[in-house]
Design a protein around this ligand. Structure first.
Ligand code: SF4
Length: 583
């Protein structure tokens, strides 16, 4: 069996060990005690692709990453210090502290300021806890933490406090509740197997099902990638299966799109339904090794998944090797090629394509990349039949969608609804209407990047390919509902600031364009001509979807909400002119 990562690591390590000049240079001026401490944490010579995991260990132990520990890690891994530093400084969750700087306080409270939390009072919460908490606690403003249905959210250490206020945050600090709790009510291995779980996988590996039957079922059901891109799942399996072995698999659970929390929702309840789908995909495509990439914000889920993966390995020792990898706070790693770079232990910068990851992916091998939810549906579709899934749509669409709904609805949360349902139907039938005192004004159909639609378009079917004519897309089906108390302009500014913060910096139209657009949009009066030109440049010339989609909310405001761009001066002037015309 060929396992590419280890092979690469071994080859590189041997080359370096036989190069005494290189070893001496890497060890120079690293204090022996620091080197010893780092080696005791990460091992004598960790694989190159485990760099981010090693950084997590150092940060977890010390609360930050000092430059001398980074130098020691570089020596232990036989890497240049620049290589280690550039990775550590790329990810938001690593605190790199130089010798001249003070380490952060031992506890950090992170307050989400993304759209749903902002609407629920995140800015007021930030101001209040910044004042009330003492110097021993650091308060940080952070991007979406994936709990938009319980906004506003503050994360104390690793413990998410939902519907947070000052008292709840203070209580968590006083009680020392800084660890993420394990998800309550998740069906573990024993319960899942008792309910018939893994029978389908056993049938597959036992020759009672053919890969062709499974793939045909996915195709007939019209199952598409549910991370946002919507590529047909069955076709992807065929493409990768036809590539030369060894083939690898990467599962994307880095849901960082503001407004999206469906993957967390399913993992907190039925982790093995996804894991069984993953093993079936690996069997059908002929995968040698699987990497699961989980966002760092889901610390409780990570602990649970580690336990369940151990149970899985014990139950199915012949299954492919599975590694659970921990993100480090970079939205761009939700992009498939950036995630692959991150799994390889590098900065999460998207690759230029072609070649596509199906051909040249992880460690240069053909790679089946899937969002977690896509795999979650495999067992259900095969057991209940492709017709069952395909017959669920509405308004001419097929299948089911898991809508993450947040904002001004009475019942936010993940709602499983027919593909093609309209927003009006979704609110009335699944969300128990709007919150008291709120009327529908606008909505984001696809998180921060999917644009903004007015209430007058609440009757458009929500699905892949139905929103393009309005300059929007559904992506991962993250619906944020705005009322008359909100403004599309503020939501667009929040989104652009988010993209400016998350841009990986690889290409100029996105790196500079998002910053410049956020500055222009923060002004009282928008320079609409300049913003339109800037948006065009970003859409045309950015390398990946982040930069290409970043202007969507801005363009939606120009198209659907021009009344919000009138300044108070404009409004007064218009009213005066109209009064003068009347007299
Ligand atoms: Fe990086 Fe933005 Fe360019 Fe994507 S578009 S590669 S996120 S700079």
């Amino acid at each position: 069996m060929v396992v590419v990562p280890e092979a690469r690591g071994i080859v590189e390590a041997r080359a370096i060990l036989h190069n005494p000049r290189m070893s001496r240079r890497h060890l120079r001026s690293v204090p022996a005690a620091v080197l010893e401490e780092v080696r005791s944490l990460v091992g004598a010579a960790p694989r190159r692709d485990l760099l981010i995991e090693c950084l997590h260990r150092l940060q977890d132990r010390n609360g930050y990453l000092s430059t001398d520990r980074l130098a020691a890690l570089a020596a232990a891994m036989k890497l240049s210090r620049a290589e280690v530093y550039e990775v550590a400084s790329f990810y938001h969750h690593f605190d790199v502290v130089r010798a001249s700087e003070m380490p952060p306080p031992p506890l950090t409270v992170r307050v989400c300021d993304s759209i749903a939390c902002e609407m629920a009072g995140a800015n007021e919460l930030l101001a209040a806890i910044s004042q009330s908490l003492g110097d021993g606690v650091r308060v940080q403003r952070v991007s979406c933490v994936g709990r938009c249905e319980c906004a506003p959210v503050a994360v104390v250490g690793q413990n998410p406090v939902e519907e947070a206020d000052v008292h709840a945050v203070q209580w968590a600090i006083d009680a020392g509740a800084t660890e993420a709790p394990l998800p309550e009510g998740a069906r573990r291995m024993a319960g899942y197997r008792a309910a018939g779980g893994y029978r389908l996988y056993v049938d597959c590996t036992g020759g009672r099902r053919s890969a062709e039957d499974i793939i045909a079922a996915l195709e007939h059901a019209n199952l598409r990638g549910l991370g946002g891109a919507g590529f047909p799942a069955g076709r992807k399996w065929r493409v990768v299966r036809d590539m030369p072995a060894p083939r690898l698999m990467a599962v994307n659970i880095d849901e960082g799109e503001p407004g999206t929390f469906k993957d967390r929702y399913y993992l907190e309840r039925e982790p093995h339904r996804f894991l069984e789908g993953m093993l079936i995909a690996a069997w059908a495509v002929g995968i040698e090794k699987i990497f699961i990439y989980l966002r760092d914000e889901y610390a409780g889920l990570r602990a649970m998944l580690e336990e369940e993966l151990a149970a899985l390995r014990a139950a199915f020792p012949q299954a492919p090797d599975i590694e659970l990898r921990r993100g480090a706070g970079a939205y761009v790693c939700g992009e498939e090629s950036a995630m692959i770079e991150s799994i390889e232990g590098k900065r999460g910068q998207p690759r230029l394509r072609p070649p596509y990851v199906a051909e040249v992916g992880l460690f240069g091998r053909p790679t089946l990349e899937h969002n977690m939810e896509t795999l979650y549906w495999v067992r259900e579709i095969v057991e209940r039949g492709a017709d069952w899934f395909a017959s669920q749509g509405r308004h001419g669409r097929k299948g089911l969608r898991s809508f993450s709904v947040s904002g001004r609805v009475a019942k936010p949360g993940v709602h499983l609804a027919p593909a093609g349902i309209t927003l009006r139907e979704l609110i009335d039938e699944f969300c128990e209407g709007m919150q008291p005192g709120h009327e529908l004004y606008a909505y984001l159909p696809g998180g921060a990047s999917g644009g903004i639609l007015p209430a007058s378009l609440a009757n458009v079917p929500l699905d892949f390919d139905t929103l393009q004519e309005h300059g929007c897309f559904i992506g991962s089906a993250a619906i944020v509902v705005l009322s008359q108390q909100d403004s599309a302009r503020a939501a667009a500014l929040s989104a652009m600031r988010f993209f400016a913060h998350e841009s990986c910096g690889k290409c100029t139209p996105c790196r500079v364009g998002t910053q410049k657009a956020a500055e222009l949009m923060a002004r009282d009066k928008w320079d609409t001509g300049l913003l339109t030109e800037l948006a065009q440049a970003m859409q045309d010339a950015s390398i990946c979807g982040l930069g290409q989609a970043a202007p969507n909310p801005l363009l939606s405001v120009l198209k659907f909400f021009p009344h919000e761009l009138q300044t108070s001066f404009d409004t007064e002037n218009t009213e005066t002119q109209s009064a003068q015309r009347k007299t």
